[in-house]
Design a protein around this ligand. Sequence first.
Ligand SMILES: Nc1ncnc2c1ncn2[C@@H]1O[C@H](COP(=O)(O)OP(=O)(O)OP(=O)(O)O)[C@@H](O)[C@H]1O
Ligand SMILES: [Mg+2]
Length: 295
Amino acid sequence: MSYTNQLVEVDGLTQSFGGRRVLRDLRVSLPPGIHALLGPNGAGKTTLINILSTLIRPDAGRARVLGLDVYADRTQLRQKIALTGQYAAVDEALSGTENLDMMGQLFGLSRSAARRRGGLLLDQFGLTASKSAKVSTYSGGMRRKLDIAISLIAEPELIFLDEPTTGLDTRSRQALWDEIHRLADRGTSVFLTTQYLDEAEALADQILVLDDGRIVAEGTADELKELVGGAAIQLHDGAGHLQVEHATDGTAADVSRTLAELATQHPHLAVTVRKPSMDEVFLQLTGQPTEGASS
Ligand SMILES: Nc1ncnc2c1ncn2[C@@H]1O[C@H](COP(=O)(O)OP(=O)(O)OP(=O)(O)O)[C@@H](O)[C@H]1O
Ligand SMILES: [Mg+2]
């Protein structure tokens, strides 16, 4: 396979800090699109994003992004990507508009183009009323939104977003999801990390599950659910209350056998086949619940 056609191409990537391995022999190959890296605290998500976005030189192995080596070609690569890190990086002494103007022009937009695009982004993220105030007066969520708006200003080929919606309210989270879909429609790729399965499921073409420095699963949300197996058969009464739930291995043979048994015992109850939730998948793959999971 040609490297140049892939968005991200990682082979044998290893990273240690102080003798401790935090990424272990990663092998990843992703086409253009929206990709989510999902994993618990300390899994290595930020480390991988920092390597792919040229901030850290990897210890061993190779990593190419947009066909360019993340170390040897880093100057060229930096012109094609944008990164919103896990912690806000905005200039406190400037206003929202001034931050966007400055970064837009740094990325090569004209002053008027930066102002126009910045205005649209401020509006989309609900920051218009505060656009002239200094960032030092912004709340944490407002800084986060501005930080993400800055990444989006130049419409790069690929945007890295490290936990972009952590700490955002529902409206801003939705605004970001909408913006990510809009960018994808226009051909920009997105590589994001998240602890929210619903976010990975809503946005990503491909989900990578990272746990303790290893990719433990990879696929679409549906493929990950299949991997964990078992569709469960549920029987509900007329009022919609769950009466019986039976696990299966998800194969046609097992589902039909289980259903036949249940039908003799509960002939009048309504049947639903339920796939495991993403939270259940995550729990099974990593041994820990996601942040914000209800159970
Ligand atoms: N510069 C560093 N020096 C030493 N250890 C580090 C450094 N950066 C990360 N680590 C360690 O590497 C491991 C992975 O960290 P990383 O920040 O990549 O995890 P993460 O998946 O982004 O976690 P979180 O969900 O908490 O953001 C952690 O154990 C962390 O302590
Ligand atoms: Mg992190």
